[in-house]
Design a protein around this ligand. Structure first.
Ligand SMILES: C[S@@+](CC[C@H](N)C(=O)[O-])C[C@H]1O[C@@H](n2cnc3c(N)ncnc32)[C@H](O)[C@@H]1O
Length: 224
């Protein structure tokens, strides 16, 4: 991926209010749990002090799923990537309150983070829960999950690693199924959409979608 592709962002920075507690968390806890964006490949052993497998959640929102999954898998490490400041603040509070030693946060565009900081063939799994749907025709180019970003995800996975996407936007899910299908290194172990992974916690956006009668679809691809 070249730098030009980073110019079409998959997000617009939400101006959502940052609470005092979230601001405090950003001020006090960033130095402990955030990794600054750098054009330098990360050394996971140095970051976590162990060689446990790494999962990355892209666009974690308020971080509920990230911290819940990390808490129930202390033998694995998690990196959450999010650009929404209030969400990063909330996640830092959760990490501190839950005393999670296995989570780090990068508050930056995931496309740039993967390209510049994540080693190839190093990641056990990517979680992408309820990515911004960008439903209008003229906005679809902003969708995060699309080819060739699917190639980037695959290149960062270890052999046998997975990408797991969940969304209530039917059009996006059908689109993503085709886009993942263009990436030769990924295979779909299911004939189409995947069954729900029982370990996945319900996210804020999922609750909202369910309350509106939305249908949740799941996509699960594995690196060959
Ligand atoms: C619809 S929200 C879903 C949040 C959360 N996953 C959930 O289910 O509650 C999508 C999130 O992805 C984030 N996002 C979108 N593109 C991103 C990118 N390129 N890098 C980092 N975060 C991104 C947005 O800021 C937003 O918080």
């Amino acid at each position: 991926m070249n730098n030009g592709e980073f110019s079409i962002k998959s997000y617009v920075l939400r101006s959502g209010r940052t609470s005092r507690a979230q601001k405090r968390a950003l001020d006090v806890l960033s130095g402990i749990y955030c990794l600054p964006f750098e054009e330098k490949i990360l050394d996971f052993n140095a970051v976590f002090g162990n060689g446990n497998p790494i999962t990355i959640e892209i666009g974690f929102g308020m971080g509920g799923a990230l911290t819940e999954i990390a808490a129930s898998h202390p033998d694995k490490n998690y990196i959450g990537i999010e650009v929404f400041r209030a969400g990063v603040g909330r996640a830092l509070m959760n990490i501190e309150n839950m005393r999670l030693a296995n989570v780090r946060v990068i508050a930056h565009d995931a496309a740039a983070v993967l390209e510049k900081m994540i080693p190839d063939d190093s990641i056990e799994g990517f979680h992408i829960f309820f990515p911004d749907p960008w439903q209008k025709k003229r906005h679809k180019k902003r969708r995060l999950v699309k080819y060739p970003f699917t190639d980037t995800l695959a290149s960062k996975l270890k052999p046998g690693g997975y990408v797991y996407m969940v969304s209530d936007c039917e059009d996006y899910c059908s689109f993503a199924l085709l886009e993942f299908g263009k990436t030769q290194l990924l295979r779909n172990p299911y004939a189409g959409f995947a069954p729900s992974q029982e370990w996945r916690p319900v996210t804020k956006f999922e609750k909202r979608a369910a309350s509106r009668g939305g249908v949740i679809k799941e996509l699960f691809f594995v690196k060959a």
